[in-house]
Design a protein around this ligand. Structure first.
Ligand code: ADP
Ligand code: GN1
Ligand code: MG
Length: 375
């Protein structure tokens, strides 16, 4: 695989000088490409799509292009800079949205948004609050987008009931011979089986709306401006699909309210940060404005617990299947990740009343603010 040759397949400005691994996602292979022309040096993001996770690149890139094309004029109208606040597909020299190499691997390119950072742990509550605003705004801006026009790139991505069933299948198959060593974790999941259906049922009954959601709102999927520390661009749009806002809220809380990284081995360091919860929730709910329905509001804390539980089950399933989905750096990596998630679930369960009161108070403040505006 010749990364320079692959970079040269795209409509970059000037000549490619260097290609270097970049970022720390669990799914795709990401590189920064430096190019130079008389106009100056410009960097791009080159990504090899994970073909096991995303076997239908045309559908995925159609979603990507449609969502970004919809968002860019909205950002412009709001006085923002679409080139900095929204990803854009850099086409191949032939005008295609992606390039397929000789081995059948799929590559795509976007602009690299300079002077930004991606964080695995929120450095401050203010930063996390702003990430909340950015994710809330992302959903709000897509309110008028036709959800039915999006292809479900990973069906049942956040269907926690199916995720539980997959875990049971993995336990039964025990492909990697690891089940006997993780009985405590399997029991942990089994004890919570009844809770898995809450969001799925609410969507099915129509008590909460189906929206266009991001579905992978971990903190490092929003770029933070280095100078202002503001969250400026939501990235990793591969899983933008119809879903529930509870998924986006919950997944962000899972990552940003943990006091440790997802793969911390010392579980005593993994706790639920209440201050960050208040901050993100405020940012997210304000970003959404009056878009949030009362039934969604009531379920926000459940969303946080369920998304954390679901992610833990996914890590455990992958561990039992022999580490075939998430990138791992060592044999127990998925197991370590599962343990942090389940520890967080326990901590969140202890904080449920606190979470509900926080959400209710913020909701009340927003309603009060709206009434004052109307008066
Ligand atoms: P994955 O699906 O593997 O998580 P991402 O699209 O999230 O891949 O990219 C991985 C990392 O690369 C991000 O967390 C971020 O640090 C960095 N990154 C991705 N796209 C950009 C971009 N356009 N500008 C700057 N950094 C980026
Ligand atoms: C993956 O792609 P990345 O690293 O942002 C995964 C998420 C998980 C997350 C756990 C497409 O996210 O669903 O929550 O790892 N993305 C996909 O860290 O499966
Ligand atoms: Mg990512």
């Amino acid at each position: 695989m010749d990364l320079m040759q692959i970079s040269g397949q795209f409509s970059v400005s000037g000549d490619c000088l260097e290609v270097k691994p970049f970022g720390n996602g669990h799914i795709n292979d990401t590189y920064a490409v430096t190019c130079a022309s008389e106009g100056g040096v410009r960097r791009y993001i080159l990504q090899k799509l994970n073909s096991r996770v995303f076997p239908h690149p045309t559908a995925l890139m159609n979603n990507f292009a449609a969502v970004t094309a919809y968002l860019r004029p909205i950002i412009k109208k709001e006085g923002g800079d679409p080139d900095r606040e929204c990803l854009k597909v850099i086409p191949t020299v032939q005008g295609a949205a992606y390039y397929v190499d000789g081995e059948g691997e799929v590559w795509r390119m976007t602009q690299l948004i300079e002077n930004t950072d991606a964080y695995l742990v929120a450095e401050s509550s203010a930063m996390f609050e702003d990430a909340g605003r950015a994710f809330g705004l992302f959903i709000k801006r897509l309110e008028g987008f036709d959800a039915a026009s999006l292809i479900e790139v990973i069906p049942d991505f956040h269907n926690t009931v199916k995720r539980y069933e997959n875990l049971e299948k993995a336990v039964a198959a025990d492909k990697a011979g690891r089940a006997s060593g993780v009985k405590d974790l399997i029991d942990f999941a089994r004890a919570r089986k009844d809770k898995t259906g809450v969001i799925v049922s609410a969507l099915k009954e129509g008590s909460i709306p189906l929206r266009v959601t991001h579905n992978d709102t971990k903190l490092n999927n929003v770029l933070i401006d280095t100078a202002t520390q503001k969250a400026i661009c939501v990235i990793d749009l591969d899983t933008v699909m119809p879903g529930s806002l509870l998924y986006d809220f919950g997944d962000a809380i899972r990552v940003g309210c943990s006091t440790a990284e997802e793969d911390e081995k010392d579980l005593s360091k993994v706790n639920f940060d209440r201050e960050k919860f208040v901050a993100f929730t405020r940012g997210f709910m304000r970003g959404l404005g009056d878009n949030l329905t009362i039934n969604e509001e009531k379920l926000l804390p459940t969303g946080a617990i369920l998304m954390t539980f679901e992610c833990g089950m996914r890590f455990l399933t992958d561990y039992l299947e022999g580490d075939v989905y998430f990138k791992t750096a060592y044999p127990e990596h998925n197991l370590v990740r599962c343990r942090t998630q389940f520890k967080l679930v326990e901590e969140m369960e202890k904080s449920l009343d606190f979470m509900q009161k926080t959400v209710d108070d913020i909701y009340f403040d927003i309603l009060k603010g709206n009434k004052q505006k109307e008066a």
